[in-house]
Design a binder for this molecule. Structure first.
Ligand SMILES: [Zn+2]
Length: 278
């Protein structure tokens, strides 16, 4: 599932290619992709607008358009965005849901095997701070994300620390894979109560989150499942994962066998020695 580093990788690639281009045409193969809005209504609103900028908020990709509207795209489980200099050949994009044609003939396809991915318009004039509040928390790579901030959002929380990290309203963009990696780096058991993690380990967790996400961006994201970047290529971060998807492998730090258990309804990988139960 694409998390912050994967979406950021796509954002950077699109930023080099689509700003200044006009949205000329939208072909929707699966109307679910714009639900609950009809594809025709979405197209009528944004066709003809020029893409000014590509932003990201958490796992959401945001195309800023010149009339002030924003096209938000959420890849969810298996969504893929793929830019090509021309039109894809028939069948080239399996699971094609929507195809944008830009005014230079280049295309952006939204493919999605599981069909959970969505796109919608955030209309011009929307107060975005209010719009995202309660839905997406602080960006973990932003300057404002400090150890203090992380300590504050965890204070008093009785849910497990992994569940807290997966809560997008607390910290944006961290999913199952990078939560496992950050907790391993911090030496914190995934089920420890979020509010009980002491200051020294919150500091390690803060660093673990940032190091993991930055490494993942540098590696172009992780292609452990269906993820491909904005040009259809695999990322390399899967080679750098220390515990996630490493059940029964030796811990890279201590050699203990890595285990997989279910935490927060998600398959969770951790080292019993480096991340002892409190
Ligand atoms: Zn270990």
């Amino acid at each position: 599932m694409p998390e912050l580093p994967e979406v950021e990788t796509i954002r950077r690639q699109l930023t080099e290619r689509i700003p200044g281009r006009r949205l000329d045409r939208l072909d929707v193969a699966d109307p679910l992709i714009t639900a609950p809005e009809l594809p025709e209504a979405l197209a009528a609103r944004i066709m003809g607008q020029v893409i000014e900028r590509v932003d990201r908020r958490g796992k959401y990709l945001l195309l800023r358009l010149d009339e002030g509207d924003t096209l938000a795209l959420h890849l969810r489980m298996t969504g893929r965005l793929h830019w090509r200099p021309g039109t894809p050949a028939d069948g080239e994009e399996r699971f094609l849901r929507a195809l944008f044609t830009l005014d230079d003939g280049s295309t952006l396809t939204f493919g999605d095997q599981r069909r959970f991915g969505r796109m919608w318009v955030v209309p011009a004039g929307t107060d975005e701070r209010a719009y995202w509040r309660g839905r997406v928390g602080i960006e973990p790579l932003a300057a404002g994300f400090t150890t203090d901030h992380l300590a504050r959002v965890l204070t008093g929380r009785r849910v497990g620390i992994k569940a807290a990290l997966l809560n997008q309203a607390l910290v944006a963009g961290i999913g199952n894979m990078y939560a496992d990696e950050a907790l391993f780096r911090a030496g914190i058991h995934p089920e420890e109560s979020a509010g009980e993690v002491d200051r020294a380990r919150i500091k390690r967790l803060h660093r673990g989150i940032r190091d993991t996400l930055r490494t993942a961006i540098r590696e172009g994201g992780a292609s452990i499942d269906t993820y491909r970047d904005g040009l259809g290529n695999q990322g390399q971060m899967q080679e750098q994962l220390r515990v996630h998807r490493h059940r029964d492998d030796p811990c890279p730090t201590c050699g203990t066998t890595i285990v997989k258990t279910t935490v927060a309804q998600r398959g969770t990988y951790w080292c019993p020695r480096c991340q002892p139960r409190p």
